[in-house]
Design a binder for this molecule. Sequence first.
Ligand SMILES: [Zn+2]
Length: 122
Amino acid sequence: MEKKLSKKFIQKQRDRLIKEREKLISQIATLKKDDPFADPDHASDNAAVDTDVREQIGHETIQAEIDDLEKRIREIDKALMKINKSGSYGICELCREPIPIARLEILPEAAYCVDCEKKLRK
Ligand SMILES: [Zn+2]
């Protein structure tokens, strides 16, 4: 069986990664707007303590979500680099075996095959 990914498939994955990246960036922008700390009046509003606590929790939750999205963007960037520069897209970073197409269809930025991903998560 031919293991090498077709140019057409890689092109399609590249387009998907770029679209996904744009989506993540706009999600981050939306989250940042929702962040109570982004409110310019925040520091001077002399809000009640319970409001401050709620704002603190809101800020931390939003920050955690932004961190997750930024991590995904970094993974997407890495996958795009592999497509554009090193030509190693679709190769597992750990065992150097090709990542099954079915997995790349679900997760275009996948850097590891399922087995290695499991090992890394342990
Ligand atoms: Zn692997």
